[in-house]
Design a protein around this ligand. Structure first.
Ligand SMILES: C[S@@+](CC[C@H](N)C(=O)[O-])C[C@H]1O[C@@H](n2cnc3c(N)ncnc32)[C@H](O)[C@@H]1O
Ligand code: SF4
Length: 460
């Protein structure tokens, strides 16, 4: 699946419209109130009974400074002591959840995200990892994926050294844009030297993979300025690169109101920035994995796509088999079997619930049989750009064409327009359709998003 993406601007303009990124199906927009701790405990028992592999996600919400564009769940504070009550709540959550699992369930993946996980001091990072190792069955060798999101302004050699010692072997650095004018407009001044220093540290400390996040569509970005950023990043040679499309939703994320709309690049410029970046990254040897994710051919994401072992989680693409996911911390999402549930995104509520000895579950969803089937179809297309009808028919005991008869008209149109190839045995997403893979998946989505303000356009 290493064919390069084809950037057909006409097709992209025609098909690019707001829609989900499919980090899960059904998406967050479908979650409802009324999920109870008992629902999660029952799902955890079932997971334990089946001995399913686990993935842990831990959310650390604090950041010392605000980046105006940011849509992550975060709390801006310079008061480092706020980490203490938060960690106490997190430990209570771990203690409430872990007894419901099977003791032998292996944790295959661990991800620390935020916010800024390195807002925590060294002792607290040690304490957190100690508690996770006590309560869950983490690999003791370096075989599992233990990853962390790092703001290069909030980490140095000693922090990266400590994290490596604690078992982290993958790291993702937030860069967004190297241009000073853009950095000023979004209140994130970060020099190339700061980024270079943490990259050097990660290499010297033998982290297995380094990812860099960039965002296109930020204020004051031009086609030329972003091309310079991409060029410099290519020189740094990260193993992976994530190119996000800036989601400007100031009604939902208030600090985005501090961004001057007049300074945002036009639609034409955004398309050109994105198209040029895709072309340049591929030329420099990166593979397009999907949804703005690129990886070098020897990175595990590329290998997993080749061998059919790529999956998708709330953190994006991951190499390896699907695991039951346990989300810990404010706003964290768990996916255990057919159950999705999300913690409160309100820090006070989250901490208070746990102080009172209750999980802070807020919303969730139990997948129906139809959700399960569509989830597999969407995941196949998102991860592997192809789908064999026979696989789905055998697994779910259906006739594909009959089940999805309503989708056939749109799929045929996509076939005629060169996005996909429909054959008697399956669907293949063609190079020109790959930047639009989420739009192709939308055809199989049973829910309607037309009025959902949380959706935004995401090319690549
Ligand atoms: C959860 S953030 C954590 C990164 C880390 N705190 C840092 O700033 O370096 C992960 C990534 O989400 C992306 N991101 C945040 N807000 C975004 C938005 N409104 N639109 C697109 N991407 C966004 C950024 O690229 C960011 O690096
Ligand atoms: S981008 Fe990172 S550092 Fe900036 S506000 Fe968001 S989470 Fe915090």
């Amino acid at each position: 699946m290493s064919d390069p993406v084809e950037w057909d601007e006409g097709l992209i303009r025609r098909y690019d419209k707001p829609g989900p990124r499919y980090t899960s199906y059904p998406t967050l927009a479908q979650y409802q109130d009324g999920i109870l701790p008992g629902d999660l405990f029952a799902a955890l028992h079932e997971s334990g009974r089946k001995g399913r592999p686990l993935s842990l996600y831990v959310h650390i919400p604090f950041c010392a400074n605000i980046c105006y564009y940011c849509s992550c769940t975060k709390v801006i504070t310079k008061d480092r002591s706020r980490a203490q009550p938060y960690l106490q709540a997190l430990y209570r959550e771990i203690d409430l959840i872990s007894p419901h699992l099977g003791g032998m369930q292996q944790v295959e993946r661990l991800h620390l995200g935020g916010g800024t996980p390195t807002f925590l001091g060294h002792d607290d990072l040690r304490g957190l990892m100690g508690r996770l190792r006590e309560r869950f069955n983490l690999h003791e060798d370096d075989t599992a994926d233990h990853s962390i999101e790092i703001d290069p302004r909030e980490a140095d050699w000693s922090t990266l050294g400590l994290l490596r010692e604690l078992g982290f072997n993958r790291v993702s650095f937030g860069v967004q844009d190297l241009d000073v004018e853009v950095q000023r407009a979004v209140n994130r001044l970060q020099s190339l030297e700061q980024t270079q220093a943490v990259m050097d540290a990660a290499r010297a400390l033998a982290y297995r993979s380094v990812n860099i996040d960039l965002i296109y569509g930020l204020p004051r970005q031009t086609v030329e300025s972003f091309a310079r950023t991409v060029e410099t990043i290519i020189e740094l040679k990260p193993d992976r690169l994530t190119l996000y499309n800036y989601a400007h939703l100031p009604d939902l994320f208030l600090p985005q109101r501090r961004i001057d709309m007049a300074e945002l690049p036009s639609t034409d410029a955004r398309l050109q920035i994105c198209g040029n970046s895709v072309a340049r990254l591929q030329q420099a040897g990166y593979r397009y994995i999907g949804m703005g994710q690129f990886a070098l051919p020897d990175d595990s994401l590329s290998n997993a796509q080749e061998t059919g072992e790529l999956s998708r989680s709330f953190q994006g693409y991951v190499a390896g088999v699907e695991c039951d996911l346990i989300g810990l911390g404010v706003s964290a999402i768990s996916q255990v079997g057919d159950l999705y549930c999300r913690n409160s995104s309100d820090l006070k509520q989250y901490q208070q619930s746990l102080e009172e000895g209750r999980l802070a579950l807020r919303q969730g969803l139990k997948c129906s049989a139809d959700d399960r089937l569509r989830r597999v179809v969407i995941s196949q297309l998102m991860c592997h750009f192809r789908l064999r009808y026979a696989d789905i028919e055998q697994r779910f005991n259906i006739d594909f064409a009959t089940y999805f008869t309503d989708c056939l008209g749109t799929l045929r149109q996509m076939h005629e327009n060169g996005l996909i190839r429909l054959s008697i045995s399956g669907i293949e997403v063609l190079p020109a359709g790959r930047p639009l893979v989420a739009r192709i998946c939308m055809v199989f989505d049973a829910y309607q998003y037309a009025t959902d303000s949380t959706c935004y356009a995401q090319i690549v």
